[in-house]
Design a protein around this ligand. Structure first.
Ligand SMILES: [Zn+2]
Length: 389
């Protein structure tokens, strides 16, 4: 199979590419990127004039264990058909049920799915089940064993450290998560927001390469209002190599929190969706919509692309995705930059409170541009969800 994508504006931050180029793909790989590539017999040619061509998007936070976790959704329908060619499942499964996730979802999806094992062996079977309320569900040996025997797919450990998920066990759960990740040779992603222990203490425990997700969540203890300490601690963490991730989710992103953080010089390292069953029909919809929200906040197109291709690839330790270098995996995404009036919501909730913290009420903004998905090329093949394979 041979594909030629002609005449699009190619943006690949890893190579400093931002201009009109043709891209050819052969044998599931990127074959050539140059100003003019002649089409060959039998080659499938896509005219990308006026469109943007980027490396296949990478979503650092999704929930793809459909059928095994109440949050799970089918990654080919919600990620691949929306331009995401590689996705990281953030803790939907734990050591006890990862094999089901692997056999029934990961191995059968065209989207490349990697996973962080939930440090709770149960994963996220049902909604806000307090998977870390009982330390018996944390099994270090079992987690390490599962991680080591699936090293090609398991990249580390996830711990949800809110009151609802871990309550007073948050610090202990993080300690065990770090130990597990060290044994597996991976990284830890922590979910923050409404935690029992102050966020700054949890962030200080993280190592370079670890990830904080829901950084712009808009709980009272996040990067909102007077919590400059949190912003300062995140900036310090980012400068020592901790990844500051978006993880939009149903309640993990607030425009006002992000504006506040930006005004203090804190920007996300990576832009991810936290796409799951409760936000895929809004307010998240997909990764491209999340990226558009960051353009509305003033981030450049190039920066938004880097944070959804180059930096998530780097975080996941993947070299042959997230770029359009010759020989890299044949994944690319074609986007359209539309001008007009577009309404974005950050979350669905009106003001509510959990524990001592209050959520910021959901906000709508009107943006004058947005990115929209046009086409996905995965493993060198144009993905056509509307045709039987
Ligand atoms: Zn999540």
């Amino acid at each position: 199979m041979s594909v030629l994508v002609k005449g699009g504006t190619v943006i690949d931050p890893t190579q400093g590419l931002n201009g009109v180029f043709d891209v050819s793909l052969e044998d599931k790989k990127i074959a050539e990127v140059s100003p003019e590539i002649k089409s060959k017999n039998g080659q499938e040619v896509f005219d990308a004039s006026g469109l943007i061509v980027v490396p296949g998007l990478i979503d650092l936070h999704v929930h793809a264990f459909w059928g095994g976790s109440v949050y799970g959704i089918d990654p080919d329908i919600t990620s691949l058909s929306k331009g995401v060619t590689t996705a990281l499942d953030a803790g939907s499964s734990g050591a006890w049920n990862f094999s089901a996730f692997r056999n029934h979802v990961i191995n059968k999806s065209r989207t490349s799915i990697y996973a962080l094992l939930n440090i709770s062996t149960t994963g996220m079977v049902f909604s806000n089940d307090g998977e870390l309320h009982d330390l018996r569900w944390l099994d270090l040996n079992n987690t390490v064993e599962k991680g080591l025997s699936n090293k090609d797919r398991i990249l580390g450990v996830k711990a949800r450290l809110g009151r609802v998920q871990s309550n007073k066990n948050d610090k202990q759960a993080l300690k065990i998560s770090i130990e597990a990740a060290e044994n597996i040779g991976g990284f830890v992603m922590i979910h923050i927001g409404n935690s029992n222990t102050p966020i700054t203490e949890l962030i200080d425990m993280l190592r370079p390469g670890d990830v904080v997700t829901h950084c712009f969540h808009g709980f009272g203890d996040g990067v909102l209002d007077s919590t400059l300490d949190v912003i300062k601690s995140m900036k310090e963490a980012q400068s020592r190599g901790v990844v500051i991730d978006v993880g939009h989710g149903a309640g993990g992103f607030s425009f006002s929190a992000a504006e506040h953080a930006f005004s203090e010089g804190l920007f996300p390292t990576t832009i991810s969706s936290d796409l799951h069953i409760n936000n895929v029909t809004g307010p998240v919809f997909d990764l491209v919509t999340t990226m558009s929200k960051f353009m509305h906040l003033g981030m450049s197109l190039n920066d938004v692309i880097a944070r959804s291709t180059q930096f998530p690839a780097q975080t996941m330790g993947l070299k042959d995705v997230g770029n359009l270098k010759v020989g890299s995996n044949g994944d690319l995404t074609v986007l359209r930059l539309e001008e007009g009036k577009f309404i974005f919501r950050d979350r669905l909730s009106t003001a509510t409170s959990i524990g001592p913290n209050t959520w910021a009420a959901g906000v709508s903004v009107t943006a004058n541009s947005r990115l929209s998905h046009v086409l996905t090329v995965k493993d060198g093949v144009i993905y056509k969800p509307w045709l039987p394979n």
